[in-house]
Design a protein around this ligand. Structure first.
Ligand code: HEM
Length: 518
């Protein structure tokens, strides 16, 4: 076989020179291309003023209409690429995923407050691969099918609580979302929203978001400031980050220590943490990877943040939509009565036979948009697209809210209409709503699990409860506004609705099912 050593040295040098020159020419040509169009930046701060807006997704949508679907902006020297069309997002984030799957550097949030070791913050590389493979395997339908009993129990507890104190809808939703994740992750049962883990998670989230968002502290602009000692003057941000870090570390360590104690006592329920800790102890590979204790801590620690507030947002939107659209509710109930009857609750095995309920869930996702701008990716190398230069290390944002409001795909986008997904006239109708779960190599690994939890709870709520508008003193129905609070996770603004069991038989069905699994 011919090896490199068989070639004369001058030929090798000439070859290497040729490759070097053509790479240099290629990069030069790339850099001569313009940035994608976008709003004119201010000196030094760039587009900070526009980016500071709360409803960033609608700002981006306007830019898309004004400048074209791919936009460029900058904030304090950081390039941003904004994708306002689903096709561009699919081309770049899916098809060119090899260079579009990093995560932007967040100095305060990830490096100072301690979130940097969890998957959502980890940049591309072997560490990411290890965590993703583990989560993907453990949240594949094959694996979590073993948790159907747990999914049912959490669902029936939700319905029981709702039947008893419907005015506490928000608390029941929050408890449901937390319980699903914490049971499967740690085998930890959540009895109420007054749970100490939920309090700790809330406090860690509030403190982290206070100064953790990109650009919220000078450390994001001048990373060397993260080393500024906390005993020095002007160290407010460093001291706040150090305090937040203690909360974040406790958030990761506390539930895992709890599971370890349960294992030692012989009382541990099946859970992801239990499986992974056993694999670490026995030196067994998980999805072809060797994990250590810190991997387990951070893999498990990522899931509550990834799965609980998103699911909460979806259920809030569901109850708001059902209050506003009684015809949809009735149609959903009729479809359940036809297939399941009224003598039993709805099961995950009924999913295929109940396509309308699946469409209700899809429409809740589209209408409520839990993650309006997904999670930002990072472009790891210079690239060009549609004649524009996209600089390496750009933060890439995709406008899920805009994709799912595109009138060509979703006419009357603010109207809640699950029928748009029944026998869709074009494949885009189903494809674009799936952007809710992100793109490419970073697509949400909890998608199948989240969809099955949400489907089960939505189907059984429709089957057993009446959700209606509340009446004012004169007996007139009060129509709540379809208003949402935007942010990384979008939530319906607080609203009132009336929730009662559909019948005594429905109440009994739920009570019996909950008792059987208690
Ligand atoms: C309605 C519920 C949910 C929605 C809308 C949602 C949405 C998303 C989105 C948009 C991303 C970012 C994808 C990207 O970077 O392009 C993501 C990532 C992630 N999600 Fe979900 N998610 C949900 C539920 C869950 C659940 C239940 C879990 C856990 C079991 C979970 C775990 C994760 C994790 C670990 C990541 C990070 C993946 C990575 O960085 O590579 N999610 N999710």
């Amino acid at each position: 076989m011919t090896s490199l050593a068989d070639f004369p040295v001058p030929l090798l040098v000439a070859g290497a020179f040729g490759v070097g020159v053509s790479t240099w020419l290629f990069i030069r040509r790339l850099r001569r291309l313009p940035f994608p169009p976008g709003p004119t930046p201010d000196p030094v701060i760039g587009n900070l003023r526009q980016i500071g807006s709360r409803n960033l997704e609608s700002v981006f949508e306007k830019w898309g209409k004004e400048y074209g679907s791919v936009n460029h902006a900058s904030v304090l020297g950081q390039h941003l690429v904004i994708l306002n069309s689903f096709d561009d997002a699919r081309e770049l984030l899916d098809h060119r995923g090899g260079i579009y799957s990093g995560r932007p550097r967040l100095v305060a949030f990830a490096e100072m407050m301690g979130w940097g070791s969890i998957i959502t913050q980890i940049d591309s590389g072997p560490h990411l691969r290890k965590h993703r493979r583990t989560i993907q395997e453990k949240f594949s339908p094959r694996y979590f099918n073993g948790y159907i009993g747990m999914q049912k129990r959490v669902t029936y507890n939700f319905l029981t609580g709702l039947g008893e104190t419907p005015e506490k809808l928000g608390d029941h939703i929050k408890r449901f979302a937390a319980a699903m994740i914490l049971e499967i992750t740690y085998g930890y049962t959540v009895e109420s929203v007054d749970d100490s883990f939920i309090h700790l998670a809330d406090e860690a989230a509030v403190e982290s978001l206070r100064y953790g968002l990109p650009g919220a502290t000078p450390c994001d602009v001048l990373p060397i400031l993260k080393h500024w000692p906390t005993w020095m003057p002007f160290s407010f941000y460093q001291r706040h980050a150090a305090y937040t870090r203690t909360l974040v570390e406790k958030l990761f360590a506390w539930p895992l220590n709890w599971t370890q104690q349960q294992i030692a006592d012989g009382t541990a329920l099946p859970s992801l943490a239990k499986d992974l800790l056993a694999a670490v102890q026995e030196g067994k590979k998980v999805s072809g990877e060797i994990l250590d204790y810190d991997d387990v801590k951070h893999i498990c620690g990522a899931l509550y943040g990834g799965g609980s507030d998103t699911s909460t947002s979806v259920l809030e939107s569901f109850f708001l939509a059902m209050t506003l659209y009684p015809d949809v509710y009735e149609k959903g109930r009729e479809s359940i009565h036809k297939v399941v009857g009224t003598d039993r609750l709805v099961d995950l095995a009924d999913r295929e036979a109940l396509p309308y309920i699946t469409c209700v869930l899809k429409e809740v996702l589209r209408w409520g948009v839990p993650t309006p701008l997904g999670v930002s990716h990072r472009l790891t190398k210079d690239d060009s697209y549609k004649g524009y230069f996209l600089p390496g290390n750009s933060t890439v944002l995709y406008n899920v809210w805009g994709f799912t409001r595109n009138e060509d795909i979703y006419p009357d986008p603010e109207v809640f209409d699950p029928d748009r997904f029944m026998n869709p006239s074009k494949p885009e109708i189903l494809q674009h709503v799936d952007s809710m779960w992100g793109f490419g190599r970073r697509i949400c690994p909890g998608k199948a699990f989240a969809e099955s939890n949400l489907w089960l709870v939505i189907a059984n709520t429709i089957a057993t409860m009446d959700v209606r508008k509340v009446l004012d003193e004169d007996g007139n129905p009060i129509t709540p506004a379809a208003e949402f609070e935007s942010g990384a996770i979008r939530h319906a603004k607080p609203f009132r609705c009336s929730i009662t069991y559909r019948s005594e038989q429905a109440r009994q069905l739920v009570a019996d099912a909950a008792a059987a699994l208690a």
